[in-house]
Design a protein around this ligand. Structure first.
Ligand SMILES: [Fe+2]
Ligand SMILES: [Fe+2]
Length: 281
């Protein structure tokens, strides 16, 4: 059972609508233009998609921030690059990042809903999350932690209702590895980004992960990849930003040994830029 996990490609375009000049989008655009674009290479997403198509994993997972300011044109740009993967036979899961749910704007919200529906193979509407499903002999819990916040925040929140549902599912006897797909780190060591940038109310998920009730948490948001796992590969994996450090996480569940093998692989060494250590979220 093989998973390829990538995150945070951050497609970015200048504000496309007059209203964007008066909300958080203008800040996001300047942030990208004057900080992120010096390091992010959009072509790395194409390389990652090519890599995944070559490797043919059982499941591909994108843990969000496919856009920078959640504008419809940014979703279009990202979807264009993801199209070969979306139309392939590889199972593909996507959860929103905080930049995909950037502002309370009808057109932006619709663009996220449409992208979510299409990338996930027209299986669920965004409002249906959390959902769980079995893929390749593992149980996946797919979660939306992202909702528009004020201009100073890049945080997410675990809704009480969602925490209850996930707790109920996790109280059932586990018969296969249980994998969480969300945007934010939930383990305390790496998830402690400060209130402005982290997942509010993450304690339920942290406890389930630390107790082994959830085997693996796949996340993004932090743009530098990391793993925080035990000897059996159980714990948390952050894929980093595909367009910043150019890596994807290759995760194999080895059923005979009941452990995960996790490695970070450069998706396209020919265009890889120097790693900057930028951990912007
Ligand atoms: Fe993020
Ligand atoms: Fe991000």
């Amino acid at each position: 059972m093989k998973i390829i996990h990538f995150s945070d490609p951050h497609a970015c375009l200048a504000p496309q609508h007059l209203s964007a000049l008066f909300d958080k989008r203008i800040l996001g655009f300047f942030n990208h233009t004057f900080r992120r674009s010096f390091n992010h290479d959009p072509a790395m997403l194409d390389k990652a998609v090519e890599f995944i198509l070559r490797e043919k994993p059982d499941v591909a997972v994108c843990t969000g921030d496919i856009t920078s300011t959640g504008q419809p044109a940014e979703f279009e740009k990202a979807m264009e690059q993801l199209a070969p993967l979306i139309s392939s036979s590889i199972e593909f899961l996507y959860v929103p990042g905080n930049h995909d749910a950037y502002v309370k704007d009808k057109a932006c919200e619709k663009a996220l809903k449409d992208a979510f529906y299409t990338i996930n193979g027209m299986r669920w509407d965004l409002e249906e999350l959390p959902i769980r499903l079995e893929l390749g002999g593992c149980e996946f819990i797919v979660l939306n932690e992202c909702h528009p916040t004020n201009i100073f925040l890049s945080s997410g929140s675990l809704k009480e209702h969602d925490a209850k549902i996930i707790s109920k599912w996790c109280a059932e006897k586990k018969t296969k590895p249980r994998i969480l797909a969300g945007h934010f780190p939930v383990r305390l060591k790496q998830g402690n980004l400060g209130a402005r940038r982290s997942l509010k109310n993450r304690q339920t998920l942290s406890s389930l992960l630390l107790s082994g009730t959830i085997d693996l948490s796949l996340c993004g948001h932090v743009h530098k990849h990391f793993k925080n796992t035990d000897a059996a590969g159980r714990g948390e994996v952050c894929a980093g930003s595909t367009t910043l450090d150019g890596n994807v996480a290759v995760i194999e569940y080895l059923a005979n040994d009941d452990r995960f093998s996790i490695s970070f692989v450069s998706a396209g060494s020919s265009t890889q830029k120097k790693k900057s250590g930028d951990e912007n979220v």
